[in-house]
Structure formats: structure tokens, C-alpha cells
Design a protein around this ligand. Structure first.
Ligand SMILES: NC(=O)c1ccc[n+]([C@@H]2O[C@H](COP(=O)([O-])OP(=O)(O)OC[C@H]3O[C@@H](n4cnc5c(N)ncnc54)[C@H](O)[C@@H]3O)[C@@H](O)[C@H]2O)c1
Ligand SMILES: O=C(O)[C@H](O)COP(=O)(O)O
Length: 474
């Protein structure tokens, strides 16, 4: 018989029997029933206006779990979720806020990429939401603190597209050095314009990497293998790969680099990190690449620096405002500087495709979907970006009368004592608790608990004032 761990790795067939609380509570527990109902839980979130303990009980089997996937999540990821029996609705684009609010009310799980903004305003309406899957690296589009305070876990894929971004940047360095974008555009218009002036090899040139994380460090290795010198600036001291060298300040990097490439997250301190003073520090004739977040570069300042000839070329993959779907971009009101950008020479503009490769999208789809299944079915938070990472080894479902209790709560004194008073009526096989900021996550496996008692357990935990969310998996 499958253990919980087995179920995670080998997704089961969609379940046909939908158990109601009534028949579960009156049914004798058989190993078969326990396996079938493993993913059932009380813990579907309900409107907060309903006081703790008054919430209607809402057990669900895997087939009751509703998932909304936006922004064309890869099929490999969708398949993993469908194989669990979850109800999956997958859309190719993100949604306008009003439609998103309408849809998010009804689902336990939402999967997004970088376009969908899950703000407090949107999440406030997400009364049933248990978990968010960001099928990308960045999580800046989600209000992580608010989600944590509602007991909503957030997962992402921290590095599955790093290589794709690094390869794109390598391509862009060569394209900029050789003005390939302009030559290609000219040929498309029928013009033969053979020039060598201000076209360079990249061998021996200095690449300045701002942000030496997953992407920056991968890029460092690739660039050195093509004969570039690599320097980097990061807010933390990091081991230099190859013969690269960390420099102490952003200014030092800007003054030395022939190519400056940005790989920092979207944070208050990285907004407009590169603006007029920074462009002035850059070497005359140097290049800028931004495949991080659109907020990091001051676009009007870039336009000025390129118009003056001080910056010889740039590549932008990300923009301060990006559209929800493919189609018209510059001819709408998303930006006021579109025409300025379009008229610049040696400027490569790409529509946020840094991570858009078959390899990356498939890997992300699998990684995030597996994290979602682990969380939905077992409550495991490994890899969560906003809740403490908590794991217990799998419970043996074939053993009678077992349940896994998950109690997400405010990190205040005395909670464990109260929880254990409640759990103490049963045999606690394993227990773990961890906190992250104001929120703590307790997971306990209890045995010798009958289905009727599970309801009581859940209700008593729900009444604790520290409670954010209670789930009982059985
Ligand atoms: N264009 C795309 O399609 C695409 C794809 C993947 C990731 N990204 C974006 O690329 C960026 C980098 O991704 P990553 O996976 O390498 O992130 P990462 O977290 O691995 O690395 C980011 C690095 O930036 C450093 N950093 C933070 N603030 C800094 C500052 N003010 N100055 C200098 N360094 C600073 C951090 O210390 C860290 O080392 C993120 O914004 C991510 O969202 C874009
Ligand atoms: O955060 C990321 O991984 C990148 O920005 C890619 O985002 P995307 O999945 O929306 O292409």
C-alpha cells in the first residue's frame, strides 16, 4: 500500500468517491478508506467573518481541489496536478484584476508567473486559497507577508530558468558588441550596410555583473569561457567563480565594466538602481543589459544616455509595465517612453523571454507542481518562500487511525502548550514546529484517532486565539 511519500512521487489516479463528512464520520476506518481519503482535510479556508469554530466543515478529496493556472503554465506541470485528480483550469494569459478576483474566490490553489499581481486587495477575496505556486523565479508579484498572515503558502522555482537567462545575456553581449540588431533590421528593410566601426570582439572585455546570485554566477562562468574578464558587485560577499573578482561598490563596477548586466531582485533599494548618476559613471561607449526586473532601470535616463552616445547599446528584456498577454505593446498606454525606445540605435528589446525556453518551462512546471502536491496532500512546506520550511517523514496510511495535524498560527508565547493539551488526548507520533517572523507552522502526526475525533480535534484547534489556519489530513 502506498505511503504518503509514495503518493507524492507517484501521483494516483483521480479518485472517484467523494466522501462527505457525514459518511466519513460514521464509517469504520479501513486501510483502503484511509488511503483514499488521505488528501481530505478540514481546512478549506472560509470567509473570515465566520468565527473560529463556526466554520462549516468542508472536507475535500483530491478531486475537490480546484486549481487555477494562469500565464500558460507548462503542460508537464499541469499533468502532475491533473494526475492527482485535482480540478485544473489552465488559461494562457494572466487576467485583469476584476476577473482575477472573481476567479480566485473559488479556488484552493492558484498558479501564476511574473505577470499576475496577487496584491492584498486580490488575496483578501481569496477565501478558499491554501497555496500559491509561482511558476517562475520572481515572487515580487505576490504580497508574501499578507499571504503568510492568512496562512497561504507560496512556492516558486528558484533556479530552473537561470541557465536560460544567462545564455540569453551571452547572446546579447555579442549582439550589442557587433550591432547585430541594427544590421538585421537594415537587411529586413533591404539595406546592405557593411560596417566595422565601433564593432568589437568580446574577448578581453570586462563584464560587470550586478547581483551575483543564481543567474549572475552562472553568467560569470560562461563569460569567462569566452575570454571576458568578470567583475561583480553584490550586497553580500560571495565566492568568486573562476578568476572573477568582487568589487566593493556599484560605482567601482560601473567605472570599470565594458558591459554592465543587472541580476538583482525587485526590492525598494533596487528601484531605479541605474539612473542618470549611474549612467554618468559608466565608461563612454559601454553597454547595459537588464534581464532582471523593469523597475531596476530608469528608462528616461537610459534614453538620455543612449541619445548622447555615452551608452553605446543596451538590451532590455523587462519593463516597468508589462502587458497581461501577447499583442500590442507600444501602441497602448502602458508606457510613455515607447516611441523614445523604438527610435534608438543598437537597442535590443525582447518581451520578457529570459526564462522562456522549453527546458526551463518544463523544469519549472515539474518543480512547482511537485511542491504544490506535497503541500496540498501532506502539508510539507519545503521550499516555501513565505512560511517556515517544515517537513515530517511520510505517514503510513495503511496503519489505522492516523492523522496529520497542521496548525498555522501567530508566533506568540504559550501556543504549543495549548495545542499539545488538545493533541495530548491522542498518541502524538511526531511533531515539529518552526516560525518565520510572526507566523509559526506546527505539524504533528497523531495515531489512535478515530474519524469522529478528528472533527473534535479540528474544532478545538480552530478555537485557539492564535489560529491562522488549521488543516487535518487523514
Ligand atoms: N528575464 C527573465 O525572464 C528572468 C528570469 C529569471 C529571473 N529573473 C530575475 O532576475 C533577477 C535575479 O535572479 P536570480 O535568480 O539570479 O536571483 P538571486 O536571488 O539568486 O540573486 C540575486 C542577487 O542579487 C543580490 N542583490 C540584492 N540586492 C542587491 C543590490 N541592491 N545590489 C547588488 N546586489 C544585490 C543578492 O544578494 C543576490 O546575490 C530577479 O529579479 C529575477 O526575478 C528574470
Ligand atoms: O521570475 C522569473 O522567473 C522570470 O521573470 C520569468 O518570468 P515568466 O515566467 O513570467 O516568464
Amino acid at each position: 500500500m502506498a505511503s504518503a511519500q509514495d503518493i507524492k512521487i507517484k501521483p494516483g489516479a483521480p479518485r472517484e468517491v467523494s466522501h462527505s463528512f457525514q459518511n466519513l464520520s460514521t464509517s469504520p476506518v479501513t486501510p483502503q478508506l484511509a488511503t483514499q481519503s488521505f488528501a481530505s482535510s478540514w481546512g478549506a479556508k472560509l470567509p473570515q467573518r465566520i468565527a473560529p469554530g463556526e466554520r462549516p466543515l468542508k472536507p475535500f478529496n483530491t478531486q475537490d481541489v480546484k486549481i487555477l493556472l494562469l500565464e500558460n503554465v507548462n503542460k508537464a506541470g499541469q499533468d502532475i496536478l491533473r494526475e492527482q485528480g485535482y480540478q485544473v483550469e489552465a488559461l494562457k494569459t494572466s487576467l485583469p484584476e476584476d476577473q482575477l478576483i472573481e476567479k480566485i474566490r473559488d479556488v484552493q490553489v492558484i498558479g501564476i508567473r511574473s505577470k499576475t499581481k496577487l496584491t492584498e486587495k486580490v488575496l483578501r477575496e481569496a477565501k478558499s486559497l491554501l497555496v500559491i505556486g509561482c511558476f517562475c523565479i520572481g515572487t515580487n508579484q505576490v504580497d508574501l507577508d499578507y499571504a503568510a498572515r492568512q496562512g497561504i503558502a507560496v512556492f516558486n522555482s528558484p533556479f530552473a530558468n537561470s541557465r536560460s537567462v544567462a545564455e540569453l545575456v551571452i547572446g546579447e553581449i555579442i549582439c550589442l558588441a557587433r550591432q547585430l540588431g541594427d544590421r538585421s533590421n537594415e537587411m529586413h528593410r533591404g539595406t546592405w550596410n557593411k560596417v566595422s566601426a565601433k564593432c568589437w570582439e568580446i574577448r578581453g572585455k570586462t563584464l560587470g555583473i550586478v547581483g551575483y546570485g543564481h543567474i549572475g554566477s552562472q553568467l560569470s562562468v560562461l563569460a569567462e569561457s569566452m575570454g571576458m574578464n568578470v567583475i561583480y558587485y553584490d550586497v553580500v560577499t560571495l565566492m568568486a567563480l573562476g578568476t572573477s573578482r568582487q568589487v566593493p561598490t556599484l560605482e567601482a563596477l560601473l567605472e570599470e565594466a565594458d558591459f554592465v548586466t543587472l541580476h538583482v531582485p525587485d526590492l525598494p533599494e533596487t528601484r531605479n538602481l541605474i539612473s542618470t548618476p549611474q549612467f554618468e559613471r559608466m565608461k563612454s561607449g559601454s553597454y547595459l543589459i537588464n534581464a532582471s526586473r523593469g523597475s531596476v532601470v530608469d528608462i528616461p535616463a537610459l534614453v538620455k544616455a543612449m541619445n548622447s552616445g555615452h551608452v553605446a547599446g543596451a538590451a532590455l528584456d523587462v519593463y516597468p509595465q508589462e502587458p497581461a498577454a501577447n499583442g500590442d505593446y507600444f501602441n497602448n498606454d502602458l508606457n510613455v517612453w515607447g516611441e523614445d525606445l523604438r527610435s534608438l540605435k543598437n537597442l535590443i528589446l525582447t518581451p520578457h523571454i529570459g526564462g522562456s525556453t522549453e527546458e526551463a518551462q518544463r523544469a519549472i512546471g515539474i518543480e512547482v507542481s511537485e511542491a504544490l502536491v506535497r503541500y496540498i496532500n501532506q502539508g510539507i512546506t519545503l521550499g516555501s518562500v513565505n512560511l517556515p520550511e517544515v517537513q515530517l517523514r511520510s505517514i503510513k496510511l495503511e496503519e489505522d487511525n492516523k492523522a496529520r495535524v497542521i496548525f498555522i498560527h501567530n508566533n506568540v508565547p504559550g501556543v504549543l502548550r495549548k495545542v499539545n493539551e488538545i493533541l495530548g488526548d491522542h498518541n502524538v507520533d511526531k511533531q515539529i514546529s518552526d516560525s518565520k517572523g510572526d507566523i509559526a507552522y506546527l505539524m504533528a502526526d497523531v495515531s489512535n484517532v478515530k474519524f469522529g475525533e478528528i472533527k473534535d480535534l479540528w474544532e478545538r484547534l480552530e478555537l485557539l486565539s492564535s489560529r491562522v489556519l488549521t488543516r487535518v489530513l487523514y
